[in-house]
Design a binder for this molecule. Structure first.
Ligand SMILES: Cc1ncc(COP(=O)(O)O)c(C=O)c1O
Length: 361
């Protein structure tokens, strides 16, 4: 029997090699400074009453998502939310169908849990949209879970309600559930249609304040699941720890109370940066890009040339980082993020243009 997955090459790369003077590899809004949060020392405490959730935080997350408190499981970021939801649903040998291209930890976590991982493709030619027929092709009686991201990482493509409902129908008929990582849906802000959780009990969704708000260090994540499953997920959480970092829970309540201010900062940055990206893409005939017009990342395809050569040149000569597409199972593509500081984005894109010109000759 082959060994279970016990690592994520992408996360290791992101931690050790994605940082440069001009980082285009990041996918989240820059850190929101604590000085701007409006928190006082009285808001923070080291320890407190947090058992199956800290009540004020449970209330705040439930209110934000428009759900009842018993449908919300607190988690250490979307990462742990994904892991716990999978762990509660999957038995070793169960089939799990995951999108491709995919954010690696989703695939690796399913492998770690002993799932038989099957894939459905989101194709460049289809604008990376989900085709429910591709999902249906992979379904069997052993399928327990269908997994994807909305917005899609690495392309930011949005999956609409009609498609979600179709996938929900496929899952229900097979007795499976649908797990959707919605961490980038938050970056739609007031244009977000809301969580797919609202579409039916087969939907389980995960999210956090990480990407759209610049609050990654709070690790404020959550899972929305029908209450019986939510209880199971809380019990899985018991295996990983007795109590959470209470000061982070307290700060998360303050952040959720002030979310409009935090949203305004993020929205203004993305609104300013998006035209910079569009102008860059307009100027490049050597790239083909699905441009969803939303989200924090895009994944251009390099029409000819080697991505690895481009990445090395960018790092070594231009002090600029992008994500090589191989980490998303799309070796002809690379991912760039637009949620960084605007000066960083301008300089990074200029350098990317120079490197692209250089590998052409
Ligand atoms: C799809 C997706 N889910 C989850 C995460 C991690 O989120 P968190 O920091 O809240 O654990 C990332 C980070 O890149 C991501 O791209």
């Amino acid at each position: 029997m082959s060994e279970r997955t016990k690592r994520s090459d992408y996360i290791e790369w992101a931690k050790t090699q994605s940082h440069a003077k001009f980082t285009l590899a990041a996918s989240g809004i820059p850190h929101f400074p604590i000085a701007d949060l409006g928190a006082s020392m009285e808001d923070i405490e080291i320890s407190g009453p947090s058992w199956y959730g800290y009540e004020p935080l449970q209330q705040a997350m439930a209110e934000k998502c428009g759900v009842s408190v018993d449908a919300v499981v607190a988690a250490t970021g979307t990462s742990m939310a994904n892991f716990m939801a999978m762990a509660a649903i999957i038995e070793p040998g169960d089939e799990v169908i995951i999108e491709r291209p995919a954010y690696d930890p989703l695939v690796s976590a399913a492998g770690f849990l002993g799932a038989v991982v099957k894939r459905f493709d989101r194709r460049f030619e289809d604008g990376f949209r989900i085709d429910p027929r591709e999902v249906e092709k992979q379904i069997s009686k052993r399928t327990k879970l269908i997994v994807f991201t909305n917005l899609h990482n690495p392309t930011s493509v949005f999956t609409d309600t009609q498609t979600l409902r179709q996938i929900g129908d496929i899952a229900r008929e097979a007795g499976a559930r649908v797990l959707i990582d919605e961490v980038y849906l938050e970056a739609l802000f007031e244009k977000s249609p809301g969580s797919a959780f609202h579409l039916g009990s087969e939907f389980v969704t995960t999210c956090s304040l990480t990407k759209a708000y610049g609050l990654s260090g709070l690790r404020c994540g959550w899972i929305l699941a029908e209450p019986e499953l939510a209880k199971k997920i809380w019990r899985v959480n018991d295996l990983f720890g007795n109590i959470p970092a209470h000061s982070a829970e307290r700060l998360s309540v303050v952040a959720l109370d002030n979310l409009q201010k935090i949203t305004d900062r993020a929205q203004a940055l993305l609104d300013f940066n998006r035209p910079l990206l569009e102008a860059f893409l307009d100027s490049r005939t050597d790239l083909e890009t699905i441009r969803p017009g939303v989200g924090t990342v895009v994944a251009p395809r390099l029409k000819s040339g080697k991505i690895e050569a481009l990445c090395s040149l960018l790092v070594e000569k231009y002090e600029t980082s992008i994500v090589p597409g191989r980490f998303f199972e799309m070796p002809d593509h690379f991912r760039i993020g637009i949620s960084c500081d605007s000066e960083n984005l301008k300089s990074g894109l200029e350098r990317l243009a120079q490197a692209l010109d250089e590998i052409k000759v």
